[in-house]
Ligand binder design. Sequence first.
Ligand code: G16
Length: 542
Amino acid sequence: MPKISTTAYLDQRPGTSGLRKKVAEFKQPHYLENFVQCILDAAGDVAGKTLVLGGDGRYLNAHAVQVILRICAGNGVGRVIVGRGGLLSTPAASHLIRVNQAHGGIILSASHNPGGPDADFGIKYNTANGGPAPESVTEDIYARSQRIDAYHCVETDDIDLDTLATSHLDRMVIEVVDPVDAYADLLKTLFDFDLIRSKLADGSLSVVFDAMNAITGPYATRLLVDELGAPKDAVLRGTPLPDFGGAHPDPNLVHAADMVARMTAADAPVLGAASDGDGDRNLIHGAGLYVTPSDSLAVIAANATLIKGYSAGIAGVARSMPTSRAVDRVAKALGLPAFETPTGWKFFSNLLDDGRITVCGEESFGTGSNHVREKDGLWAVMCWLNLLAVRGDSVRDILIDHWQTYGRDYYTRHDFEALDSDAANRLMQELESKVDTLVGSTWSGHRVLHADNFAYTDPVDGSESARQGIRVSFEGDARIVYRLSGTGTAGATLRVYIERAESHPERLLLDPQQVLADLIAVAGDLADIRGFTGRERADVIT
Ligand code: G16
């Protein structure tokens, strides 16, 4: 096979979800090629095998897809299934891997990070189960990236990826598929489309979805407009753009402001939602009421048997460690197993593959189930539409009913962004060094019951992941968690997660920032955030 000499880059360690860097870094000579070769080497014997390829359409996607096809051909890959135009949402890519029994897939995205020539790009590898590569594989990719000196690549003009067709590159088959078809078919098996369609038609249900100029535009248009009959203007910002129109495709209350404005107006639809750059995150909003991702997960778990695809019941639930414990309360009440995993969707894969859980989620706007091995933004939207159609209640009524039944976990996340990396690391080291001494200490009246640096042993394969974030639990069912983000591309981001459980029926509808104000102050004091970072306030509060 044609071999091209290269020099190793030493900064190619995948983070929480693949390698994310500035576009300028990916444009360095052989940078992308090196990483792709390392993926293929770490993926086992790819000769003659099938891979899935696609991305969220951000700047560099089109070029990267062509480069990856040449390298796949150079490595003797048998067949590559590519989304038309090089496009695939992350959950759709996961499904294509599974349904085609592919060896794995390469997904191009920096998720919710901004796109464009001056913004972010990313690449990740998913294995045969459709899920993000486990740490053993990502560490292998990294180790290989440290010593790579050549990659295999064929020379060719760009391949036409705009036409649904099958062609050859050397001996490799390239199959261009519709990015939406298989995914839409899958969702039709899980949700009661007829019921939702009829409720949308009689006006008792209505929806607005913000695709944020990102990948879910075509998916949402197919599902909500073409299949379910919602009006065309139910999908906001529905055309994927390489720079997301200059916007930030992060589905939170700040970046989905137009949708949020619609949902807080007097004539708000029943459901508002948004998804991110690559379609795996979701934001759920009722008329006048935002649903936190942690609560959304708990509500879906509690009501799963009302949803067509889950009517036989669910096996268990899982949440990432910083996610609020709302879903644990549901699991306890329903007698279901509940797992607490480190941040990163990959940690759910073994539990899903082993049948221990059916539904899982994260505070970082991710919810999903065993239908694929990625979190799935539109799946969450369909869950809510299905629930609303069956129950005939508003989002607010469903949430209040849930809190009255299980109690409410008041929850907030405070992000301190673009910190000096050394300062952020020092802050975490200092915290880590004092966890053992925290127990029994009192902070503004809050007594510490437990403190540790979260470590996880996977119950299926026994793999261990240490130092996944500092947990501090207080009397009164309150908790503060600290960790550094693994997805940023500039400096460090400190995430502080603050929560407290409340079950008094008269204290279920308060403002979380007010309820948690004293704990938020404790979080700052306990880690001396101001001293280490010079910051008085978080940059983003959700
Ligand atoms: C990725 C991972 C998620 C994780 C999130 C935030 O999401 O897939 O599992 O919760 O990053 O990670 P961090 O707190 O380290 O920034 P996505 O949507 O960015 O791929």
